[in-house]
Design a binder for this molecule. Structure first.
Ligand code: PNS
Length: 159
């Protein structure tokens, strides 16, 4: 049996925290689909195509597939045969939102399990929004994102 997981998110942009979670999940999954949400409920810095391209450039493992999805996550998970949703839990502040989402997804698809992974300790403070903010004000993001993402941030923000 092939164990397929889905790792959904906005990835605006992909950070080293996301990369860490992707590699950790490959320890127990045969295949991981990184699912980039089309509608993220906020104006993203990077377009959908840019976010997809940056993930594909950063993550080259053959067990990882990068796709976009629109609508309900559980519907997309069913379509691709995923049995596990992977999400990261960095701090207590993540918990309420993640718990709500996991329970709603279970309500919608009882057999689809959500698994929370804890990122590497030195990446727990990291988020896409902080990376965007640091880059916007000219700070160094080289240790926080892949060089391709760093270059894209520089290009996008004109620095
Ligand atoms: O990285 P994010 O922004 O925290 O990701 C949130 C995401 C995209 C995983 C979530 O908003 C989502 O699953 N959206 C798809 C719509 C959906 O299924 N909503 C109900 C889930 S409770």
């Amino acid at each position: 049996m092939t164990r397929v997981g889905i790792y959904p998110g906005s990835f605006d942009p992909l950070t080293k925290g996301h990369e860490d979670l992707i590699h950790r999940s490959l320890g127990f999954l045969d295949k991981l689909v990184v699912a980039v949400a089309v509608n993220v409920g906020k104006q993203p810095l990077f377009s959908l195509d840019e976010r997809l391209a940056l993930i594909r450039e950063t993550v080259t493992d053959a067990k990882v597939d990068v796709q976009s999805f629109d609508g309900l996550l559980v519907e997309f998970a069913r379509k691709i045969g995923a049995t596990v949703i992977v999400r990261g839990l960095r701090a207590v502040s993540d918990f309420e939102y993640e718990f709500q989402m996991a329970l709603m997804n279970r309500h919608l698809a009882p057999k689809l399990e959500t698994i929370f992974l804890v990122p590497a300790f030195d990446l727990t403070y990291l988020s896409s929004s902080l990376v965007r903010e640091v880059a916007r004000f000219g700070g160094d993001v080289s240790g926080l994102v892949h060089p391709a993402v760093q270059a894209a941030l520089h290009k996008k923000l004109g620095r």
